[in-house]
Design a protein around this ligand. Structure first.
Ligand code: ACO
Length: 427
């Protein structure tokens, strides 16, 4: 017999089906709640609200588990590449050699940006945030590359265009912001090596590809590739649910990611660590500000809506960080501060009681610094990494026969009906 949940309202019992996921998590299907009872649920921040059934990513926040299509993140970080991980997320299974080669060829073939688009990049004020530029330019892609969705091949082409061109545009916006010549993608480089080359190659200083840096970037992007129904993914799906084109949906996701409570935290962490360094290096003041209920300050890179233990991505990021620092013999004072901060916070009763642990953003900024990425590009790096997840989630939602336009309800608390008063009669 299938499981159900009973809700009693005004003495009357209503029964709703319980849906069980493949990992045993349970949800009450209340899609008929309002129709049957006249009531709605109220859940600010949606901490208890599921918006879909999904077979893409599994997160267990209590145990610190993250899997893409069933494969643990630790295995992907060790053995896969970002391009292969993107394939797994979007297509649902591991590619064979032919499929992997095909996606690589298509990423290369679609890596150039229409030359006319450079005019837009040139005209953003130099002080523009690269996140704003990326969001605007991804939306603009629609004008240059009409969304093709009629066949499987068309859909694949649209997805790969997005993956390839967003990376080229990110590097291009950096070069233009510096007033430097744009570097074009090269067919002989992999996706990650190409990005680093487009960012850092210069006519006066050729960029030498370092395989350890390429590997670190692969890891960084694999770790960011999806995280089920987070703020930016929800934005992609909400916007997409109105049946707008995929470029506009992804552009909305980039805008959502920009915020410092979400993807912007990687930049905020480095700014926080730099401030601590500037103020003498002691972490005590920051810890006590984070604990003070009258202070809006939060320890950046700590805490997570879902993880109530150490974020599994943060563990991998921390070891990538250690590996890079030791290989390049880097002595970064911000790393010492980060480690001290983590040590103090993890022993502090406030952080223990609130289940606050480092999240992915705590060490990712240090890894990006070693790669040479400027701080204002950190969240753009996150956005490129999250593209496969946004695309996979968008595709899953438009293919879902139960999918409806997103339209939450509310409990109205404003004035009751009253009359319009002509201006001369108002007191
Ligand atoms: N520093 C200090 N206190 C914190 C922190 C923090 N970083 N995070 C949460 N808390 C406290 C809150 O003050 C609250 O305390 P209270 O119950 O005593 O009032 C309690 O923990 C619960 O916090 P909420 O804000 O309700 O938790 P929520 O799930 O809504 O927020 C969030 C999650 C936004 C990530 C939060 O932990 C935070 O602001 N962290 C800092 C920003 C950050 O690192 N963001 C990146 C997240 S990962 C990502 O998006 C990729």
């Amino acid at each position: 017999m299938s499981e159900s949940a009973k809700i009693i309202i005004d003495g009357k019992t209503y029964e709703f089906p319980v849906i069980t996921g493949s990992e045993g998590e349970k949800g009450i299907d209340i899609s008929e709640l309002r129709k049957q009872t006249g009531y709605i649920t109220l859940d600010p921040g949606y901490g208890n609200t599921g918006c879909c059934k999904s077979s893409i990513t599994f997160v267990d926040g209590e145990k610190g588990i993250l899997r893409y299509r069933g494969i643990p993140i630790e295995q992907l970080a060790e053995h896969s590449t970002f391009v292969e991980t993107a394939y797994i997320l979007i297509h649902g299974s591991l590619p064979n050699e032919k499929e992997l080669t095909n996606i690589r060829v298509m990423l290369n073939d679609n890596s150039l940006i229409h030359e006319d688009m450079q005019i837009f990049f040139q005209n953003f004020p130099r002080s523009s945030s690269p996140m704003g530029i990326l969001s605007a330019m991804v939306n603009t892609l629609r004008s240059f590359y009409p969304e093709l969705m009629d066949s499987e091949e068309d859909i694949e082409l649209t997805f790969l265009r997005l993956l390839s061109k967003a990376r080229t545009m990110a590097a291009m916006s950096y070069k233009i912001s510096k007033g430097h010549k744009v570097v074009y993608p090269r067919p002989d480089y992999t996706y990650c090596a190409n990005f680093l080359n487009m960012m850092f190659d210069s006519p006066v200083k050729p960029y030498i590809i370092d395989e350890d840096l390429v590997e670190a970037l692969n890891t960084f992007w694999i770790l960011h590739a999806d995280h089920e129904q987070n703020c930016s993914t929800a934005a992609v799906k909400v916007v997409g649910s109105g049946k707008v084109n995929i470029y506009a949906s992804i552009s909305a996701g980039i805008a959502a990611l920009w915020g410092q409570l979400h993807g912007g935290a990687n930049q905020a962490v480095i700014m926080m660590l730099s401030d601590i360094l500037k103020n003498g290096g002691s972490v005590d003041q920051v810890i006590s500000r984070a604990k003070d209920r009258n202070d809006a300050f939060r320890l950046m890179g700590f805490g997570h809506r879902v993880y109530k233990t150490y974020d599994p991505r943060a563990k991998i990021m921390k070891s990538t960080c250690d590996r890079l620092l030791s290989k390049f013999n880097i002595d970064d004072p911000l790393v010492d501060i980060a480690k001290k901060l983590e040590e103090v916070a993890l022993k502090d009763a406030y952080f223990i009681d609130h289940n606050l642990y480092p999240n992915i953003d705590f060490y990712s900024g240090i890894v990006l610094r070693v790669l040479g990425i400027p701080t204002n590009m950190f969240t753009v790096m996150f956005a490129i990494g999250r593209l496969p997840g946004w695309i996979a989630q968008w595709k899953e939602s438009i293919d879902d026969p139960d999918w409806k336009i997103s339209r939450p309800r509310q409990i109205y608390t404003g004035p009751n009906e009253n009359n319009y008063i002509p201006i001369l009669k108002r007191k």
